[in-house]
Design a protein around this ligand. Structure first.
Ligand code: CA
Length: 519
């Protein structure tokens, strides 16, 4: 049965709506209010609800997402070739902490089963991570990890996995450049992610610029072992060490060291902890015009639930919130938080300008096919993942989050770089929305994927964990899907449910954000 024509307008002041029907709507379709489509309009694409004059603003989310380059009659398909993009919002004269979101009632009584760490953080998985100082050791480490999984892991059944933290940093880099601090602290903080239980072991080559002591200086690792005979030295296997004769002696050494850590990790037990121990990173990738209608608003509702429960939620992706900076600075808890956001945006503007691009480089061909005309429209749909709570802090790229509540973690929008930086910030659960469809996953934390459209959720039934497309279909409300996601998070965090990405072991690479020169 074909559904009647269905369009979604996000705000009463909008002069465009998007077509929700699968397959789009043909020219000549009569909409509920009598408007006749002049063009075929693909699913998720915009239709003009009124005549828009040349130069007139095209409004979605009650924001001008572009200006008509020629007159657009009512009923026309409004695509990116008809629009001029607005200038970026300047970073001066922004509203600062002007909006006081209504105090939300605390949400109590929600718990999950997590691994409490000696430093107070809580893991959702029990993983041995092997840190590497330089890409040169990746092959050897990977060989050793395969053997650890085959020969040792079966003897330590409480340990979920063994993960090599592979990356491309460590040599051939301008390690003293000011911006080099970012990749170095990222790698350091990832090694200390709550899912790794404070067990840090390092494989080093020996001659690399990023020496183990620079990566993890004394004091960087919280003391996890209070026994008097505990060895405070960093556990490093250095492949160029004279003691190693032949490849196999290196591998044996990595296995020997790994076993000490596995034994301690194996003794970890899940215990009931409050939902406030969740550190959730939210991001989107492969977005379409439904992202901002279904999945992201549901995530935003869930974000507010988590904040009410006392948890930490990080939203990110600088270029995808840059055009909504005024919405964010106005929601900051304090002027200092607003200023910290502006400082991050200004740094990123300058970073893009050095590369002679701007935020408009963000949208992909897939985004445009999915109905997103430009970065302004994409940003308005992306920002709703942050919900309505006050923003209580800002995390610089690679830094660890040190407070609870809703945080802005400044990261590029690149899925892999964003996920990597959120891992460094201490994320123990990841939520990822997608409209075009991406099989994204990380080895280090569970990734819950939310589809924006039912058609995608059906086709990718064994990759998508939640179908927010039901909102566009009229089968569920934003709040229903938000609550469903909240409950699913507690199940996944407790290890009672695996996400599809975990089920199939779909793991994307860690990608360090290195704005510093490479030599
Ligand atoms: Ca992304």
């Amino acid at each position: 049965m074909t559904r009647p024509p269905h369009t979604i307008r996000m705000h009463a002041a909008d002069n465009v709506a998007i077509v929700a029907n699968e397959g789009g709507l043909p020219a000549g379709t009569v909409l509920a209010d009598g408007l006749v489509l002049l063009d075929k309009v693909p699913q998720a694409h915009k239709v003009a609800l009124v005549d828009i004059p040349e130069g007139g603003a095209v409004r979605r989310y009650d924001v001008p997402i572009g200006y008509a380059i020629k007159p657009i009659p009512a009923g026309s398909w409004v695509h990116e070739r008809l629009l001029h993009m607005p200038e970026a919002r300047e970073l001066e004269r922004l509203p600062i902490a002007t909006v006081k979101p209504p105090a939300q009632e605390p949400l109590t009584g929600y718990t999950f089963e997590g691994y409490r760490n000696p430093d107070g953080s809580v893991g959702t998985r029990n993983i041995l991570a092997i840190t590497q100082t330089v890409q040169c050791v990746a092959g050897v480490t990977d060989f050793a990890v395969q053997r650890i999984k085959a020969e040792l892991l079966p003897r330590y059944p409480n340990v979920d996995d063994v993960v090599a933290l592979e990356h491309t940093y460590g040599c051939g880099v301008a390690i003293d450049a000011p911006d080099a601090a970012i990749p170095i602290r990222t790698l350091r903080n990832i090694s200390l992610n709550p899912n790794f239980g404070g067990e840090v072991m390092v494989v080093s080559l020996g001659c690399e610029k990023l020496q183990p002591e620079r990566l993890l200086p004394p004091g960087a690792i919280p003391v996890v072992d209070q026994r008097a005979d505990a060895d405070p030295a960093l556990d490093v296997v250095c492949l160029q060490d004279d003691a190693y004769v032949g490849f196999m002696s290196m591998v044996e050494s990595i296995l020997r060291q790994a076993e000490h850590h596995l034994a301690r990790l194996n003794a970890r037990r899940r215990e009931t902890v409050p939902a406030s121990e969740l550190v959730v990173g939210v991001q989107c990738g492969g977005s379409d015009a439904f992202s901002g209608v279904t999945a992201n608003p549901a995530v935003g509702f869930c974000t507010d639930l988590l904040v009410r429960a006392g948890a930490t939620v990080m939203f990110s992706e600088v270029t995808e919130v840059r055009d909504g900076i005024d919405q964010l600075t106005s929601r900051a808890n304090t002027p200092e938080v607003a200023q910290a956001m502006v400082a991050q945006m200004a740094w990123y503007d300058a970073y893009l300008a050095r590369g002679q691009v701007d935020r408009s480089a963000n949208t992909t061909p897939g985004n445009k096919q999915g109905g997103l005309s430009n970065i302004v429209e994409k940003a308005m749909g992306s920002i709703v993942k942050s919900g309505r709570s006050a923003i209580s802090g800002v995390v610089a790229p690679g830094d660890k989050a040190t407070q609870k509540g809703l945080l802005y973690a400044a990261t590029p929008a690149s899925d892999f770089i964003c996920g990597t930086l959120q891992l460094a910030a201490g994320m123990n659960l990841h939520v990822f929305t997608t409209g075009r469809g991406t099989p994204y996953g990380l080895a280090e934390v569970p990734v819950i994927k939310v589809a924006t459209r039912s058609e995608l959720a059906r086709r990718w039934h064994d990759l998508m964990d939640v179908n927010a497309g039901r909102i566009a279909d009229g089968e569920a409300g934003i709040e229903d899907v938000g609550w469903e996601l909240f409950h699913l998070m507690l199940e996944v965090a407790s290890g009672r449910r695996k996400t599809w990405a975990e089920q199939w072991k779909l793991h994307n690479a860690l990608v360090l954000f290195n704005p510093a020169p490479v030599t």
